[in-house]
Design a protein around this ligand. Structure first.
Ligand SMILES: Cc1cc2nc3c(=O)[nH]c(=O)nc-3n(C[C@H](O)[C@H](O)[C@H](O)COP(=O)(O)OP(=O)(O)OC[C@H]3O[C@@H](n4cnc5c(N)ncnc54)[C@H](O)[C@@H]3O)c2cc1C
Length: 520
């Protein structure tokens, strides 16, 4: 087959399919090329409020009406019951101190709600279903789709690029004016163009071991966590993080009875646990953490265990004249805090704008895209690196998490209020004050030695957060449990240059329960 397209997108994960649909909506002739075949298992499942908002914005801007309902649990379950997902009301963190017995007390918990109730809450994407649905939608809209494609060569040409490969024994040659690589870290263009890697400063080398399970109990059933008051949301309906010396474990429940779980660990812990041994290693990990041993007592893996030896990645080059890597192909740090989706979606939106603006001009202006993609990856590495340095110091670990939540809620609210210019970068890393101050405290987090260091750093982080905190995260009386409360947003309206009425109407538009908001 030889054919000519405007845009070729390589890789039909959610991001590649979204990119292809958008380019199609821009009036371009698009081909989407996939090495595998849907439905297939892929990792990276937990969304966030910002990811869902970006998905909603994409759906609205490019008239992808069927995707809009996928940005919230309630509408997803109603309109796409065939596409499995999980309920994500927030982020739950439990600290497992070495040698400690007994249930985890409040001081070793961090619960950050992301939504006030189930209907408008976030989701875990069951990627086998979700990605298959999006690839199907792309085809339904008119995107040309080829799966089981083996690409072998990419050639840059004067007015575009040429891809060569094969499919079912037949030679394939595809010419396109622009190529988007959505094949993930160390993906197709990275390897075929020999783009090279750069180091990720501040980030530890980490690896992961994971699978999908059935029969996993809920934490509440194990009695492993002290929940004396009513928590801001059921702690299992969340991205659950168990943190301990050298690593952390995620547990994500889906509505189809499947649970995703895995460990990400430093080199030292990975080699002590011999993560490369798969199932046996997972068993060793469970044995070392009483709560998880209980939770997985009757569980069975339904997928082969997958070991990823080197998670961190930063491509030395992000784009060329007629091609670009999506952020997910340009770099990755670690799954901690689910930064993969928002970074990728921001990249999809930025590339879409470039295609729209530059299609008729002589060249694509990709310089800002390249700089933003790399700068956001580095900001993520600073954050994750500081968290990894403090797994055994839960007060500092929690305070660093709050930096992330403060930046994320500020960004989400600014965008929902129609003021995206207040929060134009991921983690607000280029915000004139927060960006610099945040980088400063994250640097200091690598040098915490004493109790006094810890206390001083936590205080400093609270000071850094306060000017952008719109979610009550600086309120110490909440003792590590942070609900979603409209009052917090109303009190912080001035930080977003908004009036009370604007915030109220935004809350109303978002399906927030108005009764929880009282008048001043
Ligand atoms: C262990 C782990 C856990 C994670 N958890 C989270 C999380 O909870 N939340 C979050 O936000 N992010 C998470 N991430 C990051 C997340 O996985 C990525 O951000 C996300 O998958 C990117 O989606 P994508 O569509 O760009 O790429 P992918 O999902 O990687 O899809 C790439 C597609 O390209 C195809 N492909 C690959 N090579 C070729 C080729 N040569 N030719 C054609 N097609 C090809 C693949 O078959 C696949 O379909 C996690 C990552 C890891 C490693």
């Amino acid at each position: 087959m030889t054919d000519r397209f405007d845009v070729a997108v390589i890789g039909s994960g959610f991001a590649g399919s979204l990119m292809a649909m958008i380019a199609h909506r821009l009036g371009l002739r698009v081909i989407l090329l996939e090495r595998g075949r849907h439905p297939r298992t892929v990792i990276g499942e937990s969304s966030t409020p910002l990811s869902n908002l970006l998905l909603e914005e994409i759906a609205q801007r490019y008239a992808l009406d069927n995707l809009r309902s996928l940005s919230k649990w309630g509408s997803w379950r109603e309109q796409h019951p065939e596409v499995a997902c999980g309920l994500k009301r927030g982020f739950s963190f439990f600290h497992h101190a070495q040698g400690r017995t007994g249930a985890i007390e409040r001081k070793d918990q961090l619960l950050v709600a992301a939504s006030p109730r189930d209907r408008i809450s976030d989701t875990h994407w069951y990627r086998a279903d979700f990605d298959a649905y999006l690839a199907g939608e792309a085809q339904r809209l008119g995107v040309e789709y080829l799966d089981e494609v083996e690409l072998s060569e990419f050639r840059d040409e004067e007015r575009g690029a040429c891809l060569r490969g094969s499919r079912a024994g037949q030679e394939l040659r595809i010419a396109a004016r622009f190529v988007v690589d959505a094949t993930g870290p160390r993906g197709f263009l990275h390897r075929s163009l020999g783009l090279g890697e750069r180091t990720l400063p501040n980030a530890q080398v980490t690896s992961a071991l994971y699978s999908h399970f059935t029969g996993v109990r809920r934490i509440a059933e194990t009695g492993g966590v002290v929940l004396n008051d009513v928590p801001p949301y059921p702690v299992d309906d969340a991205a659950v993080h168990h943190v301990f010396d050298g690593g952390w474990i995620w547990v994500l429940h889906f509505c189809n009875g499947v649970t995703s779980a895995g460990i990400a660990a430093t080199e030292a812990l990975a080699s002590r646990m011999q993560l490369n041994e798969g199932r046996e290693a997972w068993q060793r990990v469970l044995e070392s953490i009483p709560l998880l041993r209980e939770q997985f007592r009757d569980a069975g893996a339904i997928q082969p265990f997958r070991h990823l030896p080197r998670l961190g990645f930063r491509s030395a080059t992000v784009a060329g004249k007629n091609w670009a890597l999506l952020p997910s192909a340009a770099g990755f740090v670690d799954p901690l805090l689910s930064t993969g989706f928002p970074l990728t979606l921001l990249g999809v939106m930025r590339l879409a704008e470039i295609l729209e603006q530059d299609w008729k001009s002589e060249r694509f202006h990709l310089e800002a895209y390249v700089a933003q993609t790399d700068a956001e990856l580095l900001a993520t590495a600073r954050l994750i690196g500081a968290l990894y340095a403090n797994f055994t110091n839960f007060p500092v670990f929690s305070a660093i998490c709050l930096l992330y939540f403060a930046a994320a809620t500020y960004t989400e609210t600014a965008r929902r209020l129609g003021r995206p210019q207040l929060a134009s970068s991921f983690l607000l890393h280029d915000h004139p004050s927060f960006g610099i101050n945040c980088a400063g405290v994250l640097e200091r987090a690598h040098a915490v030695r004493t109790q006094a260091d810890s206390e001083a750093l936590v205080q400093e982080i609270r000071r850094v957060i306060e000017p952008i905190d719109v979610a009550g995260l600086s309120d110490t009386s909440r003792r590590n449990w942070y609900p979603v409360d409209g009052e917090d947003l109303l009190r912080a309206a001035h930080k977003l240059h908004a009036s009370r009425d604007e915030v109220l109407s935004m809350l109303d538009r978002c399906g927030f329960s108005a009764p929880c908001v009282s008048q001043p």
